[in-house]
Design a protein around this ligand. Sequence first.
Ligand code: ATP
Ligand code: MG
Length: 283
Amino acid sequence: MIRIAIQAKGRLNEESTTLLRETGIVIDESKRKFLSQALNFPIELLYMRDDDIPQVVSNGTASLGIVGLNEVEERGLPVQIESRLGFGGCRISLAIPKSETYEGPAWFEGKRIATSYPNILRRYLQEKGIRADIEIITGSVEIAPAAGIADAIFDIVSSGGTLVSNGLKEVERVFESEAVLISNGKLDPEQRKLLDEILFRIDSVKISRDKKYLLMNLPKASLEAALQILPAMRSPTVMPLADEGWCSLHSVVSTADLWEKVQQLKAIGAEGILVLNVDKLIP
Ligand code: ATP
Ligand code: MG
């Protein structure tokens, strides 16, 4: 049995449970308690506030955790990053009132900066040789300058909309974050095996999310051109059709390239192009 701590509610909760579900781990959400056992895998889910996840993993209460890299960095506890999960992306940035002229980090000398991430901020200021006062606030950091609590803030930014609506501008991007799977390095051999299995499944899910499966009918004369357009994992699958001059071509493409490839394939005569989601891709 292995225990994993995930966020009970908040920005990472849904994507954490979705990821586990996609790795085939079934949790009965209707019977969810603070500690729930999966129905078909020897794993227990411990639901916590994200702030506490690095701690419960480092002290062994849970062997694994899913949490933002920002929390891991801030807590500074001995945990290992096992996988970057590709969701919960954000950054921690310094922001100042938009009317201020900004020419570099020296602006912060002698200023008061409000933040919920004092450790990451302290390290940054030390690195830049800047002395500033850190005001620790746990919520609504973005109102601190208007409220007269601080001159600037150091806070999480994703789109930047919150900063703009509070009359602030982002001037330094200090730390890039995303959700990560962490462990405490104190796994017994059975738990290590379970973690390896989970990591293997997470990798397949991550790869498949980025892929689409393409099927199309293609004039045989265009086959060479299609093979140039579709450098598939090994090579695309080509199947004969009743009509001698045509074939059916199957391939996997990355989601980012999908529309460009579709246009190129249409241009060489592909018809009936079918695009399917890839459920899992085992490399
Ligand atoms: P909890 O009640 O668990 O302590 P919280 O309020 O501290 O929740 P959330 O706002 O749910 O935390 O954010 C959880 C994590 O989501 C953050 O630590 C960060 O890694 C990530 N995240 C991604 N985008 C954003 C964003 N725009 N604002 C805040 N966090 C974000
Ligand atoms: Mg929190």
